[in-house]
Design a protein around this ligand. Structure first.
Ligand code: GLN
Length: 312
């Protein structure tokens, strides 16, 4: 059920003001650009499945999408290759490992464990049908833009910073290749994957992207059908399993909304059929999830009684 507008507005304002002065956590330092972002920035935004927007704080500041990009490329791959083939090639399990785990290349089956950690995400990129890496990249960027309802662009500063330091991901890409689960040139897939993490979004964009999932694949702001509604349950299942990395189980237990984080400081939580909550704050916990972002998103969800395991 859709909470009333005054309640959403109050929840967003309160989540912002209650945590505006919080400190704790540290910016990601393994990507030089991310280490330099002002840690005091903080934004909270809700976009409903009807397209209403509620926001507080620095919701217009553009930050690096990072791992949250995995949700949109996964959707694209699911849509283009079909769910059975996608699920046959990339798993839907929690890894129990950090997001850059080498183990996530293959654990129980001979396939990457989840599309929402680096290994499975690079395999996912390689699955997107395209004649060239440029075409694959354009499809991904167009998908991010359709989700956001505006033209999303690459940050050369973020991209240069990541492409020149992503040795670990390159190694994972070669491991996928040697295991037969990389479906394009591995270095090209790693390059495109790194780009998809290096686009800039605002907290408002992120909430709109989530609201597109909440509204069954239709962007509630532009009115455009971005992807097939049948993909919503598997998208949310994947987010529940691995969206918050090793904290995914605790997040499901305590918050009860499919979520996704990125090391740029973004957090997204989705109540299907109702709304999406986005929060942004650069300092991360040791798992790689925004400290304030998690608190703010959890607080909005609790204030509005939104929990998929307690749906009314
Ligand atoms: N680009 C980052 C990486 O691959 C994304 C990681 C993240 O946001 N968790 O390391």
């Amino acid at each position: 059920m859709m909470p009333d507008k005054a309640a959403i507005n109050h929840a967003v304002e309160t989540a912002y003001s209650d945590h505006a002065k919080d400190t704790g956590g540290a910016n990601a330092s393994y990507i030089p650009y991310l280490a330099s972002v002002d840690p005091s920035l903080f934004g909270v935004c809700v976009v409903t499945a009807d397209g209403d927007v509620f926001e507080a704080g620095d919701t217009g500041f553009e930050f690096a999408l990072e791992s949250i990009s995995k949700v949109f490329s996964m959707t694209l791959a699911m849509q283009e290759v079909g769910l059975p083939e996608f699920h046959d090639k990339v798993g839907a399990d929690p890894t129990g490992e950090p997001f850059n785990s080498v183990m996530a290349v293959a654990m129980h089956d001979n396939k990457p464990v989840s599309p929402l950690v680096n290994a499975g995400a690079m395999s996912t990129v390689s699955l997107i049908p395209a004649e060239s890496p440029d075409e694959r990249w354009k499809k991904i960027l167009d998908m991010q833009s359709a989700f956001a309802g505006r033209e999303i662009r690459l940050s050369d500063a973020v991209n240069d910073s990541e492409q020149s330091t992503n040795f670990h991901n390159r190694a994972i890409a070669w491991l996928l290749y040697s295991g037969g689960t990389m479906y394009s040139d591995p270095m090209e897939a790693c390059e495109v994957y790194t780009r998809q993490c290096s686009t800039l979004v605002t907290t408002r964009d992120l909430a709109t992207m989530g609201a597109t999932v909440a509204a069954r694949g239709r962007n509630p702001v532009t009115g455009k059908q971005v992807f097939d509604a049948a993909l919503v349950p598997p998208i949310l299942a994947e987010m529940t399993m691995e969206g918050m990395y090793t904290a995914s189980g605790d997040w499901a237990y305590k918050v009860g909304l499919p979520g996704k984080s990125g090391v740029g400081g973004g957090i997204l939580a989705i109540m299907p059929g109702t709304l999406a909550i986005a929060a942004f704050s650069p300092p991360l916990d040791p798992v790689g999830n925004s400290v304030r972002g998690q608190k703010a998103a959890a607080q909005v969800a609790a204030a509005l009684n939104l929990n998929i395991y307690n749906a009314t």
